[in-house]
Every structure is written in structure tokens, then in C-alpha cells.
Design a protein around this ligand. Structure first.
Ligand code: NI
Length: 169
């Protein structure tokens, strides 16, 4: 299972609205395995398909961290069914390095999604797990944490990245 390169801002693939994932295909199953591997290697607690260059509605999450036993979740075509009151959390993103943004998200959610065999499941998530699902679902719409930052911070970040690229960093 290869570790895939993670695209970073301003790669245009990160801005696409993703297409429906087709469960059960070899391609999607292999991609899910590679995404889990890539997430652990990063290390991160979640990864969405566009971050590895694939424009499909699939994400992987494992919030257990390096100490616990791995508990990877693979969600295809997730849809939020219910949201609770909101909470705010400082989020980072593997595709938007060196930026943390405080974002309001629902503290509890119920999500309907397909597994790799195409079965529909319901998942209830709260706190970090809920935040991670909502963060990864943003990627499927082409939305990044940068979009939640103030205009000034957005502009500073854009300039910093442009400068780093010009310097070949
Ligand atoms: Ni992200």
C-alpha cells in the first residue's frame, strides 16, 4: 500500500466539488487503503480523496492517535442528517500547512454514508470525531480551512505561500 503525495494549497484540485464515489470497485477499495496508509504516515486524523488528487466523495478518519489501536473509518458519499449546537475548535489541515483556524462546527452529528461494499450506514459522532468528519466533508465541496480565516489572515497566508513557491521552498 503506497503512501500517496498530499496536495497542498493552492493546487486547483483542492477546489473542485467532488463526484459521487462508486462503492465496490477495485479502484475505490485500493484508494481507500492507500488513503488510510497516507493518513497514518502524515500523521493526520483524517484525509479526503481530493487531497490525494482524486475528485471523488470519499474520506477516511481515525481519531485514536498513535497510542491507541487503529480504528479507521472509510466514508463514501457522506450526508449529514442531523446537527447539534455548535462548538469551536482550532483546526489544521495537511493541505494547508502552517495554518490553524478556529472554526464553528456542530458538536454532534449524525451522518449517513456508504461503506466500501455500498451498504448505507448511520454514524453518530461527537466532539473531535464530529469536527473531523465535517472538516473532511468540506474538502468534498472544495472548501478549505483558509476560507474560514479572516480576510487579512487569508491574504497573509496567500502571500506567504506565493513567496515560498517563488523561492522554491
Ligand atoms: Ni483538511
Amino acid at each position: 500500500m503506497p503512501v500517496l503525495p498530499i496536495l497542498t494549497y493552492p493546487d486547483p484540485i483542492l477546489r473542485l466539488k467532488c463526484e459521487e464515489a462508486v462503492p465496490g470497485t477495485d479502484d475505490v477499495c485500493r484508494l481507500a487503503e492507500d488513503m488510510v496508509e497516507t493518513m497514518y504516515a502524515a500523521p493526520g486524523i483524517g484525509l479526503a480523496a481530493p487531497q490525494v488528487g482524486r475528485n471523488i466523495r470519499m474520506l477516511v478518519i481515525d481519531i485514536t492517535g498513535p497510542v491507541g489501536a487503529p480504528e479507521p473509518h472509510v466514508l463514501l458519499n457522506p450526508v449529514i442528517q442531523e446537527k447539534s449546537e455548535s462548538t469551536s475548535f482550532e483546526e489544521g489541515c495537511l493541505s494547508v500547512p502552517e495554518l490553524n483556524v478556529e472554526i464553528d462546527r456542530a458538536r454532534k452529528i449524525r451522518v449517513r454514508y456508504q461503506d466500501l461494499d455500498g451498504r448505507w450506514n448511520d454514524l453518530s459522532a461527537e466532539d473531535l470525531f464530529a469536527v473531523a468528519v465535517q472538516h473532511e466533508m468540506d474538502h468534498l465541496e472544495g472548501r478549505l480551512i483558509l476560507d474560514y480565516a479572516s480576510p487579512v489572515r487569508r491574504d497573509l497566508y496567500r502571500r506567504k505561500i506565493r513567496k515560498q513557491r517563488a523561492q522554491g521552498v
